[in-house]
Design a protein around this ligand. Structure first.
Ligand code: FEO
Ligand code: CA
Ligand code: CA
Ligand code: CA
Length: 605
């Protein structure tokens, strides 16, 4: 590898300089706009946003808080009309409400927070000759919140462990929470991961059964009151009263944005954990495979293989069939084995003698329908306590598996391992070849190829594509590419592909390199493999999320702008996007290239 003769299509732009500006910074020759902001109207009858006079009734009809995943589903071939589907991961009350009292939130504030969670579906139109996306009122527009009814499907639906006093059937759940990453399925729906749902539940410490307490603790629930005190306003968030409610979150949910009246689904066949998201690849034989990471230090990477085959086409009939594909199949967890002697992996990030981190791996089956492959656990338990199943079978403990995405050009799969500062500390797992740095501050990006490139295979080979950080630091690696030519990167979080098969990576760093988060591109094939470039940066304190890369548009979410230590509503660290002395607002941004005659050009060409 070395300097290529010609730039790789899709990545031919001048890298942005790492910075700490309170702005969106894009390459020379590119422009951007703000598509939609927290509080902007989505549904008919929604009022304009008024920071000083918020109500739950307004928020239920407006764009939610902390946008994370974004999906863009074209309604025409030209890319003019699109459904923009966005996750609203969580609420940050001290930045939302002036004078917020953490010990005594008001009922209205709590109800605003419920309405600020979930997802938004909004029609986004585009002037494909001149610029970016702008939202419109439409019959598709929809808000899904913490109180929208979901149908539980798959092998654990109706389980006793999912029954509550409000839902004795164990099949109807109100709401989705902490929706982090996601994907658009090949059949035009959206998958979204319920991630850190544990934070919404209080009073785990009142559970006296040690087995039950251990299970709650494995899912991050052990203390008293929850951070937001929702249990004061709805007993289902009180574990002492309604323990099973905790089992009703931590799933992959599926939304059909084409049908605003459809009931969204929680898919139990994909297991319950802190799902970052889920992404689908279609196998040669038409079965579908969904990959999903559990974003926790030392947790696992999973794969689901469907029993049935996808129906092609965009008819309602085909979509209805395809929305059952994730109900039946086999759930697996990953084990990664290095191919270098263990003593060469010393936790420093120094490359082993063979010149790269890599090896082989296997998918260990956990459950298939009613059948469990895990000693001592029923299938129902495997789906609901999936982390414990991974523990039993000896899955590989990873450095916080975030977003996973198959490359649509090559079929190889990419996972962001965001960081893990506990790796190698006392009592914790030490570095291995797939997670080769102790106190891993900057994370890495893992690539694997299923045997014979068959998505349903149970064996694979893997490599690390990137070991992130400051390229001048010896413990970084950019697929062997000349490190003097690459941009610094820390804490990869979301991964996406452009139509050429280049990987795009967005970051969630909380300032680990002292630079703002951003969106990067990196070719994964040819002489330019590993040539990481910085495409855009987001305002101070913000995280870059949900990238969608089409031929002539880049769409990103800016999550939690201005959330830096010491900042407050009185002293905001960001005034983006409204400027002046305004409060920061999580928002969606689109970016395009100004080509010839002022017309939109292709990204990175
Ligand atoms: Fe919500 Fe794993 O980031
Ligand atoms: Ca994430
Ligand atoms: Ca974040
Ligand atoms: Ca993250």
């Amino acid at each position: 590898p070395g300097k290529p003769d010609r730039p790789i299509p899709g990545t031919d732009y001048e890298s942005v300089q790492p910075n700490t500006q309170d702005a969106i910074v894009v390459p020379e020759g590119y422009e951007h706009n703000v598509v939609i902001r927290w509080g902007d109207p989505v549904l008919e009858g929604a009022p304009e946003f008024d920071f000083e006079n918020q109500t739950a009734a307004a928020q239920e009809r407006q764009f939610g808080y902390n946008c994370d995943f974004a999906g863009l589903i074209p309604l025409d071939g030209a890319g003019r009309r699109n459904l923009l589907v966005v996750n609203h991961e969580y609420s940050t009350e001290p930045f939302m409400f002036r004078g917020y009292d953490e010990a005594n939130p008001t009922e209205e504030q709590v109800k605003i927070a419920w309405a600020a969670h979930g997802l938004s579906v909004v029609l986004a139109e585009r002037d494909t000759r001149k610029g970016g996306l702008s939202t419109r009122r439409s019959r598709f527009n929809r808000r899904i919140t913490a109180t929208t009814e979901f149908e539980v499907r798959g092998p654990a639906a109706g389980s006793d462990l999912l029954k509550t006093s409000a839902d004795p059937t164990g099949t109807r759940v109100l709401g989705t929470l902490n929706n982090c990453a996601g994907s658009v399925t090949p059949w035009g729906t959206v998958l979204s991961g319920e991630e850190n749902f544990n934070q919404y539940f209080g009073n785990a410490d009142q559970i006296t059964d040690p087995d039950q307490s251990a299970k709650l603790a494995r899912y991050g629930m052990s203390g008293g009151a929850s951070e937001r005190l929702w249990e004061r306003f709805d007993p289902r968030f009180d574990i002492a009263q309604e323990l099973n409610e905790t089992h009703r979150f931590g799933w992959v949910v599926e939304i059909d944005p084409h049908d605003p009246d459809s009931t969204p689904i929680k898919h139990t066949a994909l297991g319950r954990f802190k799902h970052e998201g889920a992404a689908v690849r279609v196998a040669e034989d038409g079965r579908v495979v969904a990959y999903s990471g559990d974003d926790e230090r030392f947790d696992y990477i999973y794969k689901f293989v469907s029993k049935n085959r996808m129906k092609k086409g965009e008819s309602k009939h085909a979509r209805r069939h395809n929305m059952t594909l994730l109900d039946e199949g086999t759930l697996y967890v990953a084990r990664f084995t290095g191919d270098s002697p263990v003593e060469e992996i010393d936790g420093s990030g120094t490359l082993p003698a063979d010149g790269e981190f890599g090896g082989t791996g296997e998918w260990i089956p956990l459950a298939e329908g009613d059948k469990s492959f895990v000693p001592g656990m029923t299938a129902e338990e495997v789906y609901i306590y999936t982390r414990l199943a991974g523990d039993v079978v000896g899955a590989t403990k990873m450095d916080r598996p975030e977003d996973i995405e198959p490359n649509p050009v090559t079929g190889s799969v990419y996972a962001a391992l965001t960081n893990n500062t506990n790796r190698g500390t006392e009592g914790a797992a030490a570095a291995d070849e797939a997670n080769p740095r102790n106190t891993n501050k900057h994370g890495h990006v893992l690539e694997w190829t299923e045997r014979h490139n068959d998505a349903t295979a149970t064996r694979f080979t893997w490599k690390l594509l990137l070991v992130c950080g400051d390229p001048e630091s010896p413990d970084t690696y950019f697929a062997g590419f000349d490190k003097s030519q690459v941009s610094p990167i820390t804490s990869p979080d979301n991964v996406a592909f452009d139509t050429h098969g280049n990987l795009w990576v967005s970051t969630d760093s909380t300032g680990a390199l002292g630079i703002n988060d951003g969106l990067y591109s990196v070719p994964v094939q040819g002489a330019d493999r590993g040539h990481l470039k910085l495409f855009l940066t987001v305002p101070a304190g913000g995280e870059t999320c949900g990238p969608v890369i089409t031929e002539d548009l880049v769409t990103v979410c800016v999550q939690h702008p201005g959330e830096v230590d010491g900042a407050s509503i009185e002293e905001p660290a960001s005034n983006w996007p409204d400027r002046g002395d305004s409060q920061p607002r999580p928002s969606v941004v689109s970016v395009w290239r100004v080509g010839r005659n002022g017309r939109v050009g292709r990204i990175g060409e």
